[in-house]
Ligand binder design. Structure first.
Ligand SMILES: *[C@@H]1O[C@H](CO)[C@@H](O)[C@H](O)[C@H]1NC(C)=O
Ligand SMILES: *[C@@H]1O[C@H](CO)[C@@H](O)[C@H](O)[C@H]1NC(C)=O
Length: 351
């Protein structure tokens, strides 16, 4: 029963993916190359098969964390969302094309919905949950940096990699006279929600980071640890997804995971080694690990629930993270103040 249905889902996913790709997934970044036009999106999103699973224990994952792809039927809910994603990423391409840092250093922020909040939108549309966040960004970093947030809600490492290869990395960063620029990377939490295992997520983050380093001449790279999340408490649907991955990823007592927090912690624990590898493979580049995750916790210094805590992940401060995943303006004030210290230190090192 599983076989033919799976095959069908895979075929539809492949169709949706190929319809989306005017350029091959592995294609190099070519400034000025033709981008998907907004008017084309309806026909590119006409396939069916939306909402099929990304990963299962038996069959593996239809999208790989390290392989560039636009969102496919596995990672989109329906045609409307597909169209919205295509528009959101085109808006990012335009913002990247028009981005100029003038006399300040540039700060390009790459990621998912958490980064998109800084633009005040969710999949390109104005979002109530990000009220006050663009203003918080301007207050915290606007006087020191020309900021460009390039996030899209729901994106994973493979989608960000595709976006960067298809027009979102500002051309100025690869120019001979590239301005002083910090690229801040915060991606990977959605991979966990869709079932990618932490070691694969780390490889996905590394793939994006390596691409940024290769495609930019001299950008300084800030790799952020994932923020804590306990949103499975609010959206049991998300917990069903990670429950399917047990085994091998289970609680100590063999039961399915009750929170994303152990998976987030596993990714973050691998980040120092990831940054070491990046430094070794890109000598002379300024690469930093940025760890502002504990800014959103009730008690500083303890990531994740304490042993025996019935409500897993209960330590995320809901007055900073109302849905236990997306920081509000107050949450961003803390995160951005923490990041600002690191970004300024990186820039100071260049002088
Ligand atoms: C949670 O965040 C709010 C807003 O910043 C703060 O006033 C409160 O003290 C925090 N709670 C704890 C227990 O840390
Ligand atoms: C991040 O900071 C927290 C709190 O300071 C610490 O417990 C954790 O080990 C750090 N993680 C990494 C990857 O540096």
């Amino acid at each position: 029963m599983c076989g033919p249905r799976k095959l069908l889902a895979l075929t539809l996913t492949a169709l949706a993916a190929s319809a989306f790709m005017l350029q091959p997934a592995g294609g190099a970044h070519r400034p000025g190359s033709r981008h998907m036009l907004a008017g084309d999106t309806a026909s590119q999103c006409s396939s069916t098969g939306y909402g099929s699973r990304v990963c299962s224990v038996l069959h593996g994952c239809t999208e790989k964390a390290t392989r560039a792809t636009p969102r496919t039927a596995s990672t989109l809910a329906n045609v409307a969302q597909c169209t919205q994603w295509a528009r959101a990423r085109l808006a990012n391409v335009r913002a990247a094309e028009h981005f100029g840092s003038e006399h300040r250093p540039a700060l390009v922020m790459l990621g998912d919905s958490i980064t998109e909040e800084m633009a005040g939108t969710r999949l390109g549309l104005p979002a109530a949950r990000s009220a006050g966040v663009p203003e918080a960004l301007a207050r915290a970093l606007g006087s020191s940096f020309a900021t460009l947030p390039l996030g899209i809600s729901g994106d994973m490492t493979q989608h960000l990699l595709w976006r960067l290869r298809n027009g979102e990395l500002p051309a100025a960063l690869s120019a001979r006279s590239a301005p002083l620029a910090v690229v801040s990377l915060l991606i990977g939490t959605n991979n966990l929600a869709y079932g990618h295992a932490p070691p694969d997520v780390l490889l996905g983050i590394e793939a994006v980071a390596s691409y940024v380093l290769a495609a930019s001449r001299s950008a300084l790279l800030a790799v952020n640890t994932l923020l804590p999340r306990a949103d499975g408490q609010i959206k049991p649907r998300l917990l069903q997804r990670i429950a399917r991955l047990c085994p091998p990823r289970c609680e100590d007592d063999g039961a399915p995971l009750r929170s994303f927090e152990p998976l987030v912690a596993e990714v973050n624990a691998g980040m120092p080694a990831l940054v070491q590898r990046l430094r070794a493979s890109h000598p002379g580049r300024n690469i930093r690990l940025v760890n502002c995750s504990s800014e959103l916790l009730l008690l500083h210094g303890s990531l994740g629930p304490s042993p025996g805590d019935e409500r897993a992940g209960a330590r995320v401060n809901v007055s900073l993270v109302p849905d236990l995943l997306h920081p509000n303006a107050a949450g961003f004030e803390r995160i951005l103040a923490c990041q600002r210290r690191v970004f300024l230190a990186m820039v100071a090192q260049q002088h």
